[in-house]
Design a protein. Structure first.
Length: 142
């Protein structure tokens, strides 16, 4: 297994993995090629892919930052490769880079139905916030 930066050229293969991965919530944001390319273009040092010995993508993570807080998206490990510390290795690559960039707080979203996903993040030390409610708006509606 090898970890390298995720590039826009990985999009099609990664999207196939995301479609097969529970909890990805692909309908909630712009997950088209241009949407994902935009994340990578803004955060080139924070997006990673795990590659198996055949060169196939078996894991992804997209990190992002607004310069103050860091965010994690699209943490996905292919079925058959889970439980081998590939996910946590990818996560720590992003956390290390965010720390190097001076970021002190990292957040992420999971759907309420993704109980396993939430338990995973809690196992890694992330805490569920009960004091805030998340709101958003589609700008094409205003
Ligand atoms: C969640 C996911 C990314 C974990 O990746 P992984 O490579 O299987 O996890 P790791 O092997 O790195 O596990 C790291 C640690 O978390 C623990 N862990 C793994 N899945 C867990 C879960 N669902 N609940 C609690 N702990 C979990 C492991 O036992 C390991 O513990 P240890 O370090 O104490 O030995 C992967 O299972 C996945 O792609 N799931 C579907 C998509 C998803 O839910 N993504 C995250 C939510 S957005």
């Amino acid at each position: 297994m090898q970890i390298r930066n995720f590039t826009a050229d990985d999009y099609t293969e990664a999207y196939t993995l995301w479609e097969k991965t529970p909890g990805m919530n692909l309908g909630s944001l712009n997950n088209t090629y241009s949407g994902i390319k935009s994340v990578i273009d803004h955060n080139p040092a924070l997006c990673f892919a795990a590659i198996n010995d055949d060169g196939a993508i078996i894991g992804t993570i997209l990190g992002g930052t607004d310069g103050r807080k860091g965010y994690l998206y699209h943490t996905a490990i292919a079925d058959g490769y889970r439980g081998q510390h590939i996910g946590s290795t990818l996560i720590h690559k992003v956390l290390d880079e965010l720390k190097a960039q001076g970021i002190e707080k990292i957040g992420l979203f999971t759907t309420n139905e993704n109980v396993k996903g939430r338990e995973f993040w809690e196992h890694l030390g992330f805490k569920q916030r009960t004091d805030i409610t998340y709101l958003d708006i589609d700008l094409d509606l205003i």
